[in-house]
Design a binder for this molecule. Structure first.
Ligand code: ADP
Ligand code: MG
Length: 568
């Protein structure tokens, strides 16, 4: 780690937060941040008397040199940033250089620390008034911080503390949050010799979930793994059948920083939509990763809230990532399926989308009046199709929807093919030629018949019926190239077929920007109405979203259940 140095007054005035230490959790949080920033792989926490007598954190991180150790307890001394300009690229949890001095101002702090390159370490003690004292001491590599007699000179804060049991519970919650955000670190927490948590390091979030939520719940949680160009969302969420009265079990971390985010909670709410009973909340553990330049971490004194610079994109990303997983569950896992007599429930739920489930009790057919289909209304920006039913609005992404339909048709068991009168002659590169030769089986399964036609050249005799009018020489070559790049020599013929189908669907589908005829719009909308349209295209983008009546009512603050006369 870099050397600790004092921040210049301009920087310190722009980041100063007066690091509020208001209860034992605030101390523990700062010590955990420091231990993690030091690159520790194991952290041991010990509490006595709910943290009033002792909060001790031992880590095996990089430790501090004697000079750094005595600087660390002074205000605005940090090794993590040099100036305010470093904030946009910050990768550490701490950056203000205020935590240790703020703790030292309200408690006795004792630090024992040793970097790997030193044969021995130092002991640094601070008393609220005196300058820190430093002594050489033998100790393992890493840092041990002991915070004792918290608030013994600040009776107001001491009186404001909750019961010992409650303070311990708050600290357990905090450590659970950190444990989820940092599964690669072993965390051990005990209180007066009693073990409260032991989370061994793992690369598998599911194992962490089992430690924090218990085996049973963890086994039912649905994994989330979503990635766009500049945003990643990883973690797990509960199925709609599992919900809680509060949002307390919604854990979120952004670039490994545990945070509370109303934005994430709102996006989750939107993603589950009517799948959850009103006023109930899912159990979630979600990590967001994005470039630190798209975040402001300097908005909250305790750094437990952050600001996303592109809130709408984050909201949409989270909604999409979670919606894809929870909304495509079979209706059998929905609560009203388990309890069919919840009449009150049914009155306030709306037809949710259960694509692909022909027997779904609520489906989009009920969005239309008896016998009538959902009506395409218009195309927006030559990219989206808007359609209306009696129970809401559907918006389709024309490319993703068409792509998804083509992919499904190509992946049906027995696709039919059309023989070309002329045949296409394809001049391929050597690698493309070898690839096509190797994939004869997968290509035949899709409905292609290719014959060798001279050096690195093939003649396309038949093509899949669904692609007949859409295939051109150019998009066929592009699709082969894309599928070839995705496949490895280990890909099975079935995987190779999937890659080919996905690439062909993508290359031949209607594109964003293409103007559509009413008939083209109608046929895509018809696929939604008849539940033939998967929720996401083969690349994972949603094909359509629904704005149900209930959703519209919520947005216009016409709360369901309020008699119509109250909201005219
Ligand atoms: P900040 O974390 O904002 O830099 P702190 O007051 O929490 O400020 O810590 C001051 C400095 O002390 C850190 O920048 C870091 O260099 C060092 N430090 C604190 N705790 C540890 C630790 N557990 N291991 C190694 N270095 C530490
Ligand atoms: Mg810190």
């Amino acid at each position: 780690m870099a050397r600790i140095q004092r921040l210049d007054p301009t920087t310190s005035s722009r980041i100063a937060a007066g690091e509020v230490i208001e209860r034992p959790t605030s101390v523990l949080k700062e010590l955990l941040d420091n231990a993690l920033d030091a690159g520790s792989t194991r952290i041991d926490i010990e509490l006595v008397n709910g943290g009033r007598r002792l909060i001790q954190v031992i880590d095996n991180g990089c430790g501090m040199s004697p000079e750094d150790a005595s600087l660390a307890l002074q205000r605005f001394t940090t090794s993590k940033i040099h100036s305010i300009d470093d904030l946009p690229t910050l990768t550490t949890l701490g950056f203000r250089g205020e935590a240790l001095p703020s703790i030292a101002a309200v408690a006795e702090v004792e630090m024992v620390t040793r970097p790997a390159e030193q044969p021995e370490g130092v002991l640094v003690r601070s008393r609220a008034s005196d300058a820190p004292q430093v002594h050489a001491i033998g100790c393992p590599v890493g840092t041990r911080v002991r915070v004792q007699r918290l608030f013994s000179h600040v009776p107001v804060r001491l009186r404001a503390l909750k019961s010992v049991a409650r303070e311990v519970q708050l600290m357990q919650e905090l450590v659970a949050h950190y444990a989820l955000a940092h599964p690669q670190v072993t965390l051990h927490m005990q209180c007066e010799g009693r073990r409260l948590l032991f989370a061994p390091a793992t690369t598998d979030l599911r194992q962490r979930l089992a430690v924090i939520f218990g085996q049973e719940l963890a086994a039912q949680m649905l994994p989330i793994s979503w990635q766009s160009l500049d945003l990643g969302i990883q973690g797990a969420v509960s199925p709609p059948s599992i919900h809680r009265a509060t949002r307390q079990r919604q854990y979120c971390w952004v670039n490994s920083r545990p945070v509370r985010s109303p934005l994430v909670s709102a996006a989750l709410e939107r993603a589950y939509g009517a799948l959850l009973p009103p006023g109930r909340h899912p159990v979630t553990a979600l990590g967001v990763t994005l470039s630190p330049t798209l975040l402001d971490v300097n908005i909250h004194p305790r750094k437990t809230e952050i600001k996303f610079l592109h809130e709408r994109a984050i909201f949409a990303g989270i909604q999409e990532a979670v919606e894809m997983v929870v909304q495509r569950l079979a209706p059998a896992t929905l609560p009203w399926e388990e309890a069919p007599d919840t009449a009150a429930w049914q009155a306030i739920t709306v037809p949710a989308l259960h694509v692909g489930e022909a027997e779904a009790p609520y489906d989009l057919r009920s969005m239309a009046p008896e016998g009538a289909a959902v009506q395409p209304l218009t195309q927006i920006g030559n990219t989206f199709i808007v359609a209306a039913g009696t129970q809401g609005l559907i918006v389709l992404d024309q490319h993703a929807a068409h792509e998804s339909l083509l992919y499904d048709q190509l992946m049906t068991a027995e696709p039919t093919s059309v023989e070309l009168a002329e045949g296409f002659v394809l001049h391929l590169s050597v690698s493309q030629y070898n690839y096509v030769q190797r994939l004869q089986v997968s290509l035949a399964a899709l409905g292609f018949q290719l014959e060798p036609f001279g050096k690195e050249t093939v003649l396309v005799r038949t093509v899949p019926t669904v692609l007949h009018t859409l295939l051109r020489l150019g998009n066929l070559l592009e699709a082969f190239q894309e599928a070839m790049q995705r496949s490895t020599s280990q890909s099975s013929p079935e995987e190779a077929r999937e890659h080919l189908a996905a690439a062909l669907a993508c290359r031949t589908a209607i594109r964003a920007g293409d103007p559509l005829s009413p008939a083209q719009m109608a046929s895509l909308v018809e696929a939604v109405t008849h539940q033939r349209l998967a929720y996401a295209c083969p690349h994972g983008r949603p094909t359509h979203v629904t704005l149900s009546l209930a959703e519209l009512e919520r947005r216009f603050l016409r709360l369901t259940g309020v008699p119509p006369s109250a909201t005219p």
